[in-house]
Design a protein around this ligand. Structure first.
Ligand SMILES: [Fe+2]
Ligand SMILES: [Fe+2]
Length: 311
């Protein structure tokens, strides 16, 4: 990509990331498995939605609040182009909303369409809009700070509501911890009682199995998106006005097993959950007690459960 005016370098760097994702989406099963890319559609959806939330949305905001107003006031000839590009932002947002609402697996062709649309949009900005802006030289300096400020504000705003974590050391075999984590029907016995868990799907513990969770009268559906036995479990949530992921990772530690829980979720009115999330640490202590009971129940089986595969 061409060397850019300093006011456009952040946006151009975003474009570089966007193009690399767009290429993988466009290539489908021919895409190289580099940069942690995967051919598993569930994980692809997760990656795309994370990109949309953390990179694309702040990028669009920076363009629409800083760059496009500059072009409108300084380069009237480019008015139709700016209107077209703004329209393309809305098209991309609509395609991403379709992806959220459809759940997993995504409808055939949707990821590819997002890739094509994203690539065309970025190329139009890099080839048509940015060179025309750069012809304005010093005048372009004045928007550099606003681009950076809007982009950073939107990135922070999105990250703030999203994250909660808890860690607990449990001195039981890893398998007992996983048995407890996969026993969705019993979540109510260790998770704070304001939460109702209703398992969905027929089989437990396999990708695609799910649960409906009620938190503060808000219903969220979680789908088991990834499991590596004895290492981690990740649920994805894609319904309604929320999206995100919930992940447990188990690792050997001094004195037992360290269970680390991480919730990344974008809930409108996320503040209502804060008090509830304070209970997460206590919940995981209770998980430890449940896993210990599972462990006791299994010690009668021949041999002691081992912890292979946790390193
Ligand atoms: Fe754009
Ligand atoms: Fe852009």
């Amino acid at each position: 990509m061409a060397k850019r005016h300093s006011s456009l370098t952040l946006l151009s760097r975003d474009h570089h990331h966007g193009l690399s994702l767009a290429l993988k989406l466009r290539q489908g099963t021919r895409a190289l498995l580099s940069d942690g890319w995967t051919h598993d559609p569930v994980r692809q959806v997760r990656r795309v939605l994370r990109f949309a939330e953390e990179e694309l949305a702040p990028h669009f905001a920076a363009e629409e609040e800083a760059l496009f107003p500059f072009v409108r006031s300084r380069i009237p000839d480019l008015l139709p182009l700016v209107e077209r590009l703004t329209g393309e932002h809305r098209v991309l947002e609509a395609l991403l909303a379709q992806l959220v609402n459809a759940g997993v697996p995504p409808p055939p062709g949707l990821l590819e369409r997002i890739g094509i649309q994203l690539e065309l949009h970025i190329r139009a900005e890099e080839r048509e809009l940015f060179p025309a802006c750069e012809a304005f030289g010093e005048a372009l300096d004045e928007i550099g700070n606003t681009v950076a400020m809007v982009r950073s504000r939107e990135t922070k705003r999105r990250h703030r509501a999203l994250f909660a974590e808890a860690s607990v050391l449990i001195n039981v075999p890893t398998r007992a911890i996983f048995a407890a984590l996969l026993d969705i029907e019993r979540y109510g016995s260790w998770w704070p009682k304001t939460v109702v868990f209703i398992p969905t799907g027929t089989s437990r513990g396999v990708e695609g199995a799910g649960m409906d969770v009620t938190v503060h009268r808000r219903s969220i559906a979680f789908v088991l998106s990834e499991i590596q036995q004895d290492r981690f479990i990740e649920f994805l949530t894609l319904t309604g006005d929320s999206r995100g992921s919930m992940r447990w990772e188990v690792a050997d530690a001094r004195g037992g097993r360290m269970v680390r829980w991480e919730l990344n979720i974008d809930l409108e009115g996320g503040r209502a959950m804060d008090a509830h999330l304070d209970l997460a640490q206590a919940a995981h202590e209770a998980l430890g007690a449940l896993a210990a009971r599972v462990s006791v129940a299994t010690t009668d089986a021949p041999g002691t459960p081992t912890d292979e595969g946790t390193s």
